[in-house]
Design a protein around this ligand. Structure first.
Ligand SMILES: C[S@@+](CC[C@H](N)C(=O)[O-])C[C@H]1O[C@@H](n2cnc3c(N)ncnc32)[C@H](O)[C@@H]1O
Length: 254
């Protein structure tokens, strides 16, 4: 399959799409409005086929792109996307940062990681999804390893924009699956857990803001970054002591 943003095509199969084909445009719109583009070198963590990163690159919101994902099935599709568009970007097959070279440095990290920490065995999709690498991050272990490591890969002023599903909700229902049985049963509000990880990793939490509602589920960007005392230019950042909400953008990015 192929997916288009302007004149750029992203190649993929259905089972590699973690909803990024739907999120990429509103995510870029959010970054354009709420962030400080253009950014220099950007990592898309848990990149899948690279819908978000390729969109940011083509939209001119970043200057250099690095994609990273642990799934080896992505490699031929990513190679095809690079060749078909003549796009210059790097792909690392890597479990979190394990195989990303230690001397890589990023100005921006974005991602749409697995967003559910405790899939409900009573949900009809449980058997199909429990071993799928897209939705499931049991006990947030992938997030924990990420936030414990990411700071050493950031340049001064580095920022993170990570897409999450309903980070204030302890239960997530997916209306499109035709049942009110919760799909994910979280032991606590995920944002509390993310803030602990962010601050434990030596970063500042900035905000959690909604940017899209689709299929009855709201997607948020959880923003964090290098501590402001290390980052003069982040004085432009809108720092929040508690989470914030904003209406999703009404006009999709073209
Ligand atoms: C929700 S999907 C998102 C994929 C793509 N970013 C998108 O938006 O369509 C999550 C992605 O995280 C990847 N992933 C899961 N665990 C990972 C890990 N430990 N390290 C790196 N990538 C991981 C999966 O292979 C999958 O591509």
């Amino acid at each position: 399959m192929k997916w288009r943003y302007r004149d750029v095509w992203v190649y993929y199969t259905l089972e590699l799409d973690g909803f990024g084909s739907r999120l990429a445009r509103p995510f870029a719109q959010y970054l354009r409005q709420a962030g400080n583009p253009p950014y220099g070198r950007c990592l898309e963590w848990c990149a899948g086929p690279g819908f978000i990163g390729v969109t940011l690159l083509r939209a001119g919101l970043i200057k250099e792109l690095v994609l990273a994902d642990k799934n080896p099935a992505l490699e031929p599709w990513i190679a095809r996307t690079r060749k078909a568009n003549g796009l210059d970007f790097t792909f690392y097959r890597s479990d979190n940062f394990q195989d990303i070279p230690a001397d890589e440095r990023f100005d921006l990290v974005v991602g749409n990681p697995p967003s559910y920490c405790n899939l409900n065995p009573d949900h009809p999709l449980f058997d199909a999804r429990r071993d799928d690498p897209r939705p499931h991050d049991p006990d947030w272990t992938i997030h924990q390893a990420f936030y414990a490591t990411v700071r050493r890969y950031l340049r001064p002023g580095g920022e993170l924009f990570i897409s999450e599903v309903e980070p204030h909700a302890v239960e997530v229902v997916l209306p499109k699956t035709g049942t009110s049985i919760p799909y994910d049963l979280r032991p606590e509000e995920p944002l509390r857990a993310f803030r602990r990880m962010i601050e434990g990793g030596g970063l500042d939490f900035v905000a959690a803001e909604s940017y899209l509602t689709s299929g009855g589920v709201t997607f948020y960007v959880v923003r964090s970054g290098m501590p402001s005392f290390l980052t003069p230019e982040t004085s432009r950042r809108q720092t929040a002591t508690s989470s914030q909400s904003s209406r999703p953008p009404e006009t999709p990015l073209r």
